[in-house]
Design a protein around this ligand. Sequence first.
Ligand SMILES: [Zn+2]
Length: 191
Amino acid sequence: MTLDASEFYKQDFETKRQLIRDYRKSKEEAEKQPATPAEGEAALIAAGGRKITGSQQDQLKWLFAGRAIFTVRNSKTGNRFTYSISKNKKDEKLFWVAVLRGPDNTSDYTPLGRIVNNDSGGTYLRNRSSRIGEDAQSHKVFAWFFQQLSAGTLPDFIEIWHAGRCGRCGRLLTVPESISRGIGPECASMF
Ligand SMILES: [Zn+2]
């Protein structure tokens, strides 16, 4: 809808106001047009939150982005662990690995070990001082996952999910179902 100025000025006050209201409304409606799938995907990637695909080499590279938070899921069993890999501030080749062990997915991470990164992946070592023992499932899963991914032999049923943000409240999402939905369970129940 456009406003024709010469027609507009002929109208009385009330009609002018109505025309302006209609014009604004039509502009708002136009802005509400759904985004194209390509735009949608770009927005999703920008906001984080997706299943990481691509070659295993690319996936490995992504883990060393510096502040990666991701969930590794076995799609056969549904078992999953959420890890963070963060870059050491002083040594660029050193990365800290921690595992999520509490209800707050932004702060409840327990240090697990470290990776000295080289271009082909690196070596993961559990910290001897870690509260997580060498028999703990979270340590064993990470060691195996990282070794498989470095070798390019990670089985297809192991998925890597990049943490996302809830589309309603903005909180971090680490559960694959929530990531793919783009909304946390509490917010989803309000729709
Ligand atoms: Zn939410």
